[in-house]
Design a protein around this ligand. Structure first.
Ligand code: NDP
Ligand code: HSE
Length: 436
């Protein structure tokens, strides 16, 4: 059979890694796909830049339409990033009848509904395994491997840069800014690293995971999002003293009232496997009603780890080139007409436990006032540490872990606690999940 020709939009970390993997493993990949796969054209902005891959045999161009309009190219890989140009090019490639593989979570989370509609009209595939958790085949696992289950919840460390920063800060006491700069140099971070640090990248990924897990539309705007920028070294230490690790988690949970979708730093018991996922590694825990909890672990970012997922999608496209479009695996796991609008809960309706850190005056009765407020809001305390004041200081930190409670009650309690004259500054609150 004739080789399948592909064009790559973007030849940076992921594009370069993809060329390397496709070339190095060409024979093995062809044995799996049933046809040889060759990259004939690739797009970059700066054609003089040194590449991480060998570009022999690939026509480099700065004009995307050299790829989109090439009738011989059957599959286009979108590895540019961002949403404006990427969306435009993906829609144009689909219009030309080309299959698309992308690693772009922002694109899928924000414009996936429109892109998949258009792809279905044109009978082409749009695959995006690399968009979530780098090299871990989590999309395939949920969309295909767990399709016999009702997914109850999932929770994952789904940003490699953020996990790398938290790990280096905890293990080596390194500065936030320093570690972020290293993550950028290693090619882990987004073009705008605020996306990694403030949880936006994880929220894009959770949007996708929730959609394929629960059969709901992609709804990025409904995700509650908090990043890691406010985590202090002392919170990391106090959490450890209490037997917990702080990880940045994306959590999607189906409840009777609707679906919780949230991304935030979370205390996790240190004995859980996921609490020990360090560095750029990612892990996703998925709880299905039939299978129980399952855990997926691997590199969450980096050139070849991500390329592994991109190439797997290319192989899937090539294998399916001749199959009936009606009988392919649906883009979002559920048949398009079976996608349902289960309500996404507001953050006030989340149910979780909390770590609280307060700074209080060293006076009798202070603790009683605080516990009274918590009790008024039906919040039970699970554990508490009261530190000695530092020498010469009249204030001391109190750290509390609570049992499960409604976020609405916790918001009200925190407002009342912050209004006490004996409490100084803001209460630091980090959510806590036992992930049992
Ligand atoms: P890079 O910045 O390394 O690469 C982007 C590539 O796109 C570069 O080759 C750049 O050209 C090209 N490009 C950008 N804008 C234009 C333009 N206007 N015209 C032509 N070419 C353009 O990004 P990554 O490879 O890191 O990321 C690509 C995608 O993969 C993103 O969506 C990202 O979120 C996603 N992703 C990244 C992972 C990672 O570990 N890095 C992991 C999983 C997903 P030039 O090289 O000349 O500047
Ligand atoms: N910037 C992303 C991360 C890349 O660090 O997880 C992988 O999606």
């Amino acid at each position: 059979m004739k080789p399948v020709k592909i064009g790559i939009l973007g030849l940076g970390t992921v594009g370069g890694g993809t060329v390397n993997v496709l070339k190095r493993n060409a024979k093995e990949i062809a044995r799996r796909a049933g046809r040889e796969i060759i990259v004939t054209r690739a797009l970059a902005r700066n054609l003089d830049r040194e590449r991480i891959c060998d570009t022999d045999g690939i026509a480099l161009t700065a004009d995307p339409f050299d790829i989109i309009n090439d009738p011989e190219i059957e599959v286009v890989l979108e590895l540019i990033g961002g949403e404006t140009l990427a969306k435009d090019l993906v829609l144009q490639a689909i219009e030309k009848g080309k299959h698309v593989v992308t690693a772009n979570k922002a694109l899928i989370a924000l414009h996936g509904n429109e892109i998949f509609r258009k792809a279905s009209e044109k009978g082409v595939m749009v695959l995006f395994e690399a968009a979530v958790a780098g090299g871990i085949p989590i999309i395939k696992a949920i969309r295909e491997g767990l399709s016999g289950n009702q997914i109850e919840w999932l929770a994952g460390i789904i940003n490699g840069t953020g996990n790398f920063i938290l790990t280096e800060m905890r293990d080596k006491g390194r500065d936030f800014g320093d570690v972020l700069a290293e993550a950028q140099a290693l090619g882990y971070a987004e073009a705008n690293p605020i996306f990694d640090v403030e949880g936006i990248d994880a929220a894009h990924k959770l949007t996708i995971l929730a959609s394929i897990a629960f059969g709901i539309p992609l709804q990025f705007d409904k995700i509650f999002t908090e990043g890691i920028s406010k985590i202090t070294r002392e919170d990391v230490e106090y959490a450890e003293q209490l037997g917990y690790r702080i990880k940045h988690l994306g959590i999607a949970r189906k409840t009777e009232k609707g679906i919780e979708l949230r991304v935030h730093p979370t205390l996790i018991p240190e004995r859980r496997l996921i609490a020990n996922v360090d560095g750029v590694m990612n892990a996703v825990l998925v709880k299905g009603d039939a299978v129980g909890p399952t855990l997926y672990y691997g590199a969450g970012a980096g050139a070849e780890a991500t390329a592994s997922a991109v190439v797997a999608d290319v192989v899937d496209v090539v294998r399916a080139l001749t199959s009936d479009p009606e009988n392919r695996v649906p883009h979002l796991a559920f048949q398009p007409e079976a996608i349902v609008d289960i309500p996404v809960l507001s953050d006030e309706d989340f149910r979780t436990a909390y770590y609280l850190r307060l700074t209080v005056e060293d006076k009798p009765g202070v603790l009683a006032d605080i516990t009274h407020i918590l009790a008024d809001h039906n919040i039970s305390i699970e554990a508490m540490i009261q530190k000695e004041p530092h020498e010469g200081e009249a204030v001391l930190p109190i750290i509390m872990l609570t049992q499960l409670t409604l976020e609405k009650e916790m918001n009200a309690a925190i407002s009342e606690i912050e209004a006490l004259s004996t409490v100084t500054g803001k209460v630091c609150r980090i959510r806590l999940e036992s992930l049992k």
